[in-house]
Design a protein around this ligand. Structure first.
Ligand SMILES: Cc1cc2nc3c(=O)[nH]c(=O)nc-3n(C[C@H](O)[C@H](O)[C@H](O)COP(=O)(O)OP(=O)(O)OC[C@H]3O[C@@H](n4cnc5c(N)ncnc54)[C@H](O)[C@@H]3O)c2cc1C
Length: 403
């Protein structure tokens, strides 16, 4: 008679045991390894114990925000001034992966705040704007969101319809936005709108108490349940010229921000696949059926090896991509290929892990179903798998198949 397989016995999720098959660790600098283990320990101690309850209730764990601030992980290779920490691209990716290995809602919260909102200010703002917004956001005292998608324009957000009209020293924004994460409670939201005068897309920092701004939480989501996504109404929302990000002159500038974050989504997918493999391996070793661990069956071993092969290929993808970023050689289409490959593969790895856990696989307690549900969002947001394929397909074939 073995001990009943409780979630605690079945999942050593904090250990990430056996998930570095090709010794990726040897390729990391000391600082990158420190980051990896610091965030790993944080995830195990702080995220794991609370996350399933929040996920079930669809609430955001606000209690983690000051603790995340203490981790000092806000900053990267591109955003290293104004209170942000300089971190290599691989180091930044490891932070993303480790957060996602514990929970993708927490990783998405940081991804939207730092990768999209802060990075928009960093890449598209003036020096004065960076000095004003970034330090408080780097300390997580003020939280950001990013409003590009609209109810009628997701994949074709290039055609966005929200308008911006200049009136003296102010701008008047009107339109609808759908999906921005953090938007229900954030302090600053970056709103992309089309200037009625020159028809170009411009970016504005809208503050949460602006009377022309309202955000309603999107309820009944079955993925990333802790992330508070919103439907937004901009109704004669007046912002000053000071709130316009000066270097955003057209949609081309928006696309530059998105290219950087697609690399981050690929790392997040690796984090989910790492958790999935770890959970499946541990469970297979400990679950006894027909008098022996299910891991001793050929078919289960085949599934585990397929998962490990996919996980290892994803790790090599993102490690190489990170080094290419640090060498200034990453292109938009490389980021698109990595986002496409890693998210689709990671969803598959999570689904296989969920199979290995049988009935327990569909419960929150064993974690894997949360990862599988959350992978659905990673495949979709910041450009769906199909759209990433079209971006790469256009590059390799020389033909645009978008329309
Ligand atoms: C959890 C979550 C968080 C998000 N967070 C944010 C955020 O913080 N800020 C923000 O601005 N947005 C956010 N989004 C929006 C996200 O970026 C969009 O959902 C995504 O770009 C897809 O747009 P859509 O949902 O309108 O799908 P659609 O564009 O309507 O696509 C529907 C389907 O059609 C396919 N399709 C579309 N065009 C083509 C084509 N030409 N060829 C082949 N297939 C095509 C798509 O791949 C998809 O399968 C978030 C979305 C989710 C789900």
């Amino acid at each position: 008679m073995t001990d009943r397989l409780t979630p605690e016995l079945a999942c050593d999720i904090g250990k990430a045991r056996g998930t570095d098959y090709f010794l990726m660790k040897d390729q990391l600098t000391e600082e990158e390894q420190d980051l990896l283990y610091t965030v790993r320990a944080f995830g195990e101690a702080e995220i794991q114990p609370v996350i399933n309850d929040h996920w079930e209730k669809g609430t955001f764990p606000f209690e983690l925000v000051p603790k995340l601030a203490d981790l000092n992980i806000i900053g990267d290779w591109n955003m290293h001034d104004y209170g942000c920490r300089p971190i290599s691209a691989v180091g930044s990716g490891l932070v993303v992966a480790e957060l996602a290995r514990n929970d993708t809602s927490i990783q998405t919260f940081i991804g939207v705040h730092m990768g999209l909102a802060m990075q928009s200010i960093n890449m598209l703002g003036s020096e004065e704007q960076k000095a004003h917004y970034l330090p408080q956001m780097a300390r997580l005292e003020k939280i950001g969101a990013f409003a590009l998608t609209e109810p009628d324009h997701g994949s074709d957000s290039v055609s966005l319809e929200t308008t911006a009209e200049r009136q003296g020293d102010d701008w008047i924004l009107n339109g609808l936005k759908r999906w921005p994460g953090n938007a229900v409670w954030c302090d600053y939201i970056i709103v992309f709108a089309r200037d009625v005068a020159d028809k170009q897309v411009k970016a504005f920092v809208v503050e949460k108490d602006n009377p022309g701004y309202s955000a309603t939480k999107i309820e009944r989501k079955l993925s990333l349940r802790c992330v508070q996504n919103a439907d937004i109404v901009l109704s004669n929302c007046r912002v000053s010229e000071d709130a316009r990000l000066k270097e955003c002159r057209s949609f081309v500038d928006v696309a530059k921000v998105l290219a950087g974050t697609r690399n981050g989504v690929a790392w997040a997918a690796v984090g989910n696949a790492t958790a999935a493999y770890d959970i499946a391996l541990t469970y297979a070793e400990r679950r006894v059926q027909f008098g022996k661990p299910i891991a001793s069956n050929q078919m289960i071993q085949r599934i585990l090896v397929e998962m490990l092969g996919d996980l290892t290929s994803m790790q090599l993808y993102v490690l190489r991509l990170g080094r290419l970023i640090d060498e200034g050689k990453m292109t938009d289409t490389m980021a698109a290929l990595a986002k496409y490959y890693c998210t689709v593969k990671a969803r598959d790895v999570c689904r296989k892990a969920r199979d290995v856990l049988g009935g327990n696989g569909i419960t929150l307690d064993f974690h894997i179903m949360r990862h599988l549900c959350d992978m659905e969002s990673l495949v979709t947001y910041e450009g769906t798998a199909e759209i990433q394929s079209l971006i790469v397909g256009r590059h390799v074939s020389g033909h645009s198949a978008f329309v």
